[in-house]
Write a protein that binds this ligand. Sequence first.
Ligand code: SF4
Length: 147
Amino acid sequence: MVTPALDSFAQVLEQARACKACAEHLPLGPRPVLRAAATARLLIIDQAPGTKVHETGIPWNDPSGNRLRAWLDPDRDTFYDENRIAIMPMGFCYPGRNPKGGDNPPRPECAPLWHQRLLALLPELQLTQLVGGYAQKYHLGARNKKT
Ligand code: SF4
């Protein structure tokens, strides 16, 4: 039997995964990539998917993911066990290329639309890792520092 809290979590996750709120700004279309379960104890908030992550639907499925796993030291199975580790970018969908180089910033609509709703449904979180300037600025606010 599904408890009301888990049901609500599943509903919000399903809504987030079906989101098209900023579709007109996404060159490859909406494909929200996030992983979470109500039991997760570690949350990684990063920037936004690149093209490889967009193609596979698997977050951190690229060389930067290999580096992060080497730093954090979980094996691949643990890293992708959403019952333990939630992964929620600042922008859930690939934001396109920046003409000046690199990818565009995460879409600004995304975190205000989804983060608080999802965070409220992750009661077991013990640690949130903010990866990159966008996540740190948004979630730390005035407490954000240079390093
Ligand atoms: S980037 Fe975020 S707000 Fe935009 S369509 Fe994807 S999930 Fe929705």
